[in-house]
Design a protein around this ligand. Structure first.
Ligand code: TXA
Ligand code: MG
Length: 316
């Protein structure tokens, strides 16, 4: 079983030796290894049982590291990143040759982000290499938002998990590919698209492709609990069923036991809902209910990214 702790130096030591370590970020926990070391990256793929075609995100601690991993980065992109990093935004850019093929699954571009979680940002700033890190869950399952989620599933495969408590944002980063004045959106996530509108003229959303070679993480089925989950557009459509667990937004359904109903945010706050969604899916998976009924959230702000996760979790 891996140890859980707050020793950044210990995590750094393991990473320098080519080991892999669970790390907290503001979005979800990552499973990190030296992005420039193919052997360390291979350990990540093995521990997650992740298919080799699904590339990893490279995490950096300083903007000055950007040109070491990416090339031909336009000034306009750099100034956007000065505004929005550190934070839940990943950019896909042409890669430098120091990035081994395995990290990017052979793609010509690399996905990069600078996380804002304090411990992990300190860790990155103490290392002289960037960290490749996918979400620290077995491939296809719900992403972890607490250190215990990581050890529960991958504990026997990794030596250490750095404990940063609950992830503040709670869903993965937004992934974009800048295309001059336009922008391809490869994954909806923790940064609302509204925050990107000042930097681009047009947004081309490339989501919902069941086998999108550009963004394999967009697979139709992903983030899935073990139980069946059904997503409903409106509360009135939800069947009253005592053997189901309900995931709702801000209010309960009358006539159902309280203990079967999980409310994502009683104060109707989509940020709070995002930070709860994955741990509630896990809870629902472990509760008595035979299946899960989830209510779609309002299609604004982070509601869009949460609904995307719910639909993928429910895909057959
Ligand atoms: O918030 C996050 O982004 C978290 C934390 C740990 O940083 N990481 C994360 O990684 O969600 P992961 O591996 O679960 O999802 C990364 C997704 C891939 O599945 C793929 O869709 C996309 O990022 N991606 C990675 N490299 C890419 C590339 N070169 N081109 C296009 N998409 C890429
Ligand atoms: Mg993932």
């Amino acid at each position: 079983m891996s140890a859980i702790g707050i020793d950044i130096d210990h995590a750094a030591k393991l990473l320098r030796k080519g080991e892999i370590v669970g790390i907290p970020t503001e979005t979800v926990y990552g499973l990190a290894g030296n992005a420039l070391d193919g052997d360390a990256v291979a350990k990540i793929f093995a521990a997650k049982e992740r298919p080799a075609f699904d590339p990893l995100i490279v995490h950096i601690g300083h903007l000055s590291q950007l040109d070491l991993v990416a090339k031909e980065v336009p000034d306009s992109v750099k100034s956007m990143l000065e505004d929005l990093w550190p934070g839940p935004l990943t950019v896909v850019l042409p890669r430098q040759s120091v990035i081994p093929d395995i990290t990017v699954s052979g793609h010509k571009k690399v996905a990069i982000r600078m996380p804002s979680q304090t411990m992990t940002l300190n860790l990155l700033r103490n290392l002289d290499f960037p960290l490749a890190a996918p979400s620290a869950n077995p491939f296809g399952y719900i992403s972890p938002t607490r250190a215990e989620h990581v050890t529960a599933q991958l504990g026997d495969r990794i030596p250490y998990v750095l404990d940063g408590g609950n992830c503040e944002v709670g869903i993965e980063s937004t992934i974009i590919e800048p295309m001059g004045v336009d922008c391809n959106v490869l994954r909806l996530g923790g940064l609302e698209l509204e925050k990107l509108t000042p930097y681009f003229n047009n947004f081309n959303t490339m989501l919902n492709k069941s086998s999108n070679p550009l963004a394999p993480g967009q697979l139709a089925k992903h983030y899935s609990p073990k139980k069946d989950i059904t997503v409903f557009e409106r509360k009135e459509e939800m069947p009253v069923n005592n053997s189901a667990t309900y995931i709702l937004f801000d209010s309960a359904i009358e006539g159902l036991p309280e203990k079967n109903q999980l409310m994502l945010s009683k104060k109707s706050d989509l940020n709070q809902a995002a930070s709860n969604i994955f741990s509630f899916l896990r809870m629902a998976d472990e509760m008595e209910g035979k299946e899960i009924f989830a209510l779609k959230l309002p299609e604004v702000g982070l509601g869009l990214a949460i609904n995307d996760r719910l639909h993928r979790a429910a895909a057959k």
